[in-house]
Design a binder for this molecule. Structure first.
Ligand SMILES: *Cc1c(COP(=O)(O)O)cnc(C)c1O
Length: 360
């Protein structure tokens, strides 16, 4: 087999869940499993996290919520849909017992109207400065002045999202925290949720009643760099197809992107754009093989990349080379390609074979 391989380590996922839970104190951990659990497989991930005690999950799209409800079967999980009650989504949300995170006054009206035959659960998103989704403070005042817009809704939770949680020195998080405290004081008795993964590393003030970690469950450090408490969950490897010797002065790959300053042994790997290796991996990309980091040479191709294996005797066709995983942290692989662990994970292409370690 010459496909790249994505290995999902469910025991490492469970360990990260336990680490984040310890940081959350008495707050609930509600995993973000949107974008197919950041590319790792929402059904597999959510099923294991359910065994670890998770009872609430976040998805982005309506379709993700429907699929997750199906994957969880008759388990009594709360599934929050971050896109909220988008136009035309009402019957599907209600049918799959999904809880929309209402983002705007029209969404609140639509979901309240949907509840004509009984009460429906809802969460509310307040914007505290990110200007992405959620009610602005002045819109919250409008809502509070016309509370009957919520009269058929069981408002279970109010959330906001931090723009700079991964930058602990930024004053933005403290400002958002303050605004969240102020605005949620207008909704007494409603549970509150502010922190993503990085927010859980900002201190106890950010815990509230529920945290919504994603990336650090999946092995990304809270500040975009490896963290000693967070384990690798995803490993991407690709097999060597061929080992060759490139004489001094000859080049490797499209655009003759790298020229050998001296005779170099090169391994050609069965991985490329179509497996999620980013073009920007050139020129700083690395791989790990036989106990050491190896640099990528030349440009990425559709299906191939080259690495330097000079002074490495173990390289032979079929041997697997790690592109990120326990030996080459995903945050470092991402930095080398000028991107984030979020993007690397969600780019892994369907062509990669999937393997799962650990039960659940
Ligand atoms: C994606 C997302 C999260 C999870 O963020 P991470 O940085 O992956 O921990 C939490 N809350 C909201 C609203 C999100 O969109």
């Amino acid at each position: 087999m010459t496909e790249a391989r994505l290995t999902l380590d469910l025991d490492a996922l469970a360990a990260n869940h336990a680490t984040l839970k310890a940081r959350a104190g008495s707050a609930e951990i509600a995993p973000a499993v949107k974008a197919d659990a950041y590319g790792l497989g929402a059904a597999t991930v959510a099923n294991r996290l359910w065994l670890e005690g998770a009872r609430s999950f976040y998805v982005a799209r309506l379709s993700e919520g429907v699929a997750l409800r199906q994957a969880l079967g008759d388990r009594d999980a709360t599934i929050y849909v971050l896109d909220g009650a988008t136009p035309g989504s009402g019957d599907t949300l209600e049918g799959a017992k999904l809880t929309p995170v209402l983002n705007s006054l029209p969404q609140i009206e639509a979901w309240n109207a949907q509840a004509r035959s009984g009460r429906l659960k809802a969460a509310l998103h307040l914007d505290t400065g990110m200007n992405r989704l959620g009610l602005r403070p002045e819109e919250l005042k409008v809502l509070l002045g016309a509370f009957d817009r919520l009269k058929r809704l069981d408002l279970e939770l109010v959330i906001s999202h931090l723009a700079c949680a991964d930058l602990p020195d930024s004053p933005m998080s403290a400002r958002q925290l303050e605004r969240f405290e102020e605005t949620t004081a207008l909704l007494p008795g409603v549970r509150r949720s502010l922190a993503n993964s990085a927010g859980l590393f900002l201190g106890e003030a950010y815990r509230f009643d529920q945290a919504r970690p994603g990336i650090s469950l999946y092995g990304g450090g809270p500040e975009g760099a490896p963290h000693p408490d967070i384990r690798a969950v995803a490993t991407v490897e690709a097999p060597i197809l061929q080992v060759r010797v490139v004489p001094r002065g000859e080049s490797v790959g499209y655009g003759a992107g790298w020229t050998a300053p001296e005779t170099t042994r090169v391994a050609i790997l069965a991985a490329g754009y179509a497996d999620g290796v980013l073009r920007s991996s050139h020129p700083n990309g690395q791989a790990w093989f036989d106990g050491a980091r190896r640099r990528m040479l030349g440009r990425v191709s559709m299906d191939l990349i080259a690495i330097d294996i000079t002074d490495c005797d173990a390289a032979r066709p079929g041997a697997m080379v790690e592109l990120f995983g326990p030996n080459l942290p995903i945050d470092e692989a991402a930095s080398a390609a000028g991107t984030s662990a979020y993007e690397l994970l969600t780019r892994i292409a369907p062509r990669a074979r999937k393997a799962v370690l650990g039960g659940g």
